[in-house]
Design a protein around this ligand. Structure first.
Ligand SMILES: [Mg+2]
Length: 199
């Protein structure tokens, strides 16, 4: 009984990949300075949907450009501080946390497709990974989400993805999908709660 109550208190979360979902993808390169960080216009609406549904939002991003010497951790953090400030001031919306991996391939437990950043965020913020979602534009995002136990959504117009639970062609469709699937999730939780109370 105590265990069940504790489980209910854990928070649900939508994890977002950064480049290509939050901001315009820099392609094969990296966003190396704030001037090159271009917020995608759909993202604030998506974040609003997530928060209105009662989910936390956490960004998890691989930034190997640091390991490659193309930018410093300080610059990366400055970009994230500027992003959070922009979101707060212009949209009154702030994600719960931003986790990043600055390592090269095969040198850590956090670089996606490994689930390390999601697991760390869950520990840090008491998130229920099984009730959470991972959204990204690459197969590595989907794999990280699956390995963490989350449901997954791939945003991609040209790659058929067999691993993801859902595939949407663009961010506008992502917003519609989240409105539906997150709502369904909420209904399930309420049913569970009712069951526990009736016991
Ligand atoms: Mg991406």
């Amino acid at each position: 009984m105590i265990k069940k109550k504790k489980a209910v208190r854990m928070k649900k979360c939508v994890f977002f990949d950064r480049d290509g979902i939050v901001n315009k993808s820099p392609g094969a390169g990296y966003v190396e300075r704030w001037a090159d960080f271009h917020l995608l216009p759909e993202f604030p609406d998506i974040l609003r949907v997530v928060q209105q549904k009662g989910y936390e939002a956490v960004i998890v991003t691989n930034q190997r450009g640091v390991a490659r010497g193309l930018m410093t951790v300080e610059t990366l953090e400055e970009i994230h501080e500027n992003f959070k400030k922009l979101m707060a001031e212009k949209y009154n919306l702030v994600p719960l946390d931003i986790l990043y991996c600055v390592h090269d391939k095969g040198q850590c437990e956090c670089r996606k497709p490994k689930p390390g950043m999601l697991v760390e965020a869950a520990k840090r913020h008491n998130l229920d990974l099984k009730m959470s979602w991972m959204v990204g534009d690459h197969e590595t995002d989907i794999e990280a989400g699956r390995r963490a136990g989350c449901k997954t959504i791939l945003v991609s117009g040209n790659k058929p993805e067999m691993q993801a639970d859902y595939v949407v062609p663009d961010l506008k469709s992502l917003e519609s999908l989240l409105k539906n699937v997150l709502e369904d999730h909420k209904v399930k939780i309420e049913k569970k709660r009712t069951k526990i109370e009736n016991k």
